[in-house]
Ligand binder design. Sequence first.
Ligand code: 5GP
Length: 206
Amino acid sequence: MSFINGAVLVLSGPSGAGKSSLIHKVVNDLGECYFSISTTTRSIREGEVDGVDYHFVDEEEFKREIEKDQFLEYAIVHGNYYGTSLRPVKKALLEGKLVVFDIDVQGNSAINSRLGDITTSIFITPPTLSELKKRLENRHTDTQEIIDRRVKMARREIQRVSEYEYLLINDDLDVAADKLRFIAKVARFKKSNEEINEFVQNWEDL
Ligand code: 5GP
């Protein structure tokens, strides 16, 4: 794909890892960014806004978008479909922005296959599984059944941490936010293979 200038930052981690709080904390310090808004078939939670947190659609519409090849990647997470639309990501990358994804391990793997040269990936987690359980329970947004499912999923996801460049332990929010700002700054320096080839070509010719 021809995406000169932009770069990608993937944030993954179990629900309850504090990804959203971290993102809110650093959002104004990251410079020109595009926070990818995913499309999902899961039901809207209290406090969420359609078109801001996600594009909420039904399964039929999601499948129609798959057929039209609208997704850069999509996956089934906790029994619901989640997908990243290609078009706004492409636009943001062409504008030289840092595109930030909050996606799961399957999404990270797909993004790495398609945009690996410009992608920096971070896995965010609380320090322990018991801390994760505590945070999920204190959130009071999900039923015990959903919490159990998320915990089970987290145990599976943690096995794939080695697929990420950085492991960010979110124990103290301020410390984790500082580290995230730092990694995001460096993430912008990644260059696409295309840009590197062009540079080498010009370097030899000029
Ligand atoms: P939640 O329902 O708690 O908002 O998100 C559940 C999981 O889905 C999280 O791990 C989140 O990172 C992941 N997710 C959200 N959007 C996408 C997406 O577009 N693609 C993929 N692969 N995962 C996503």
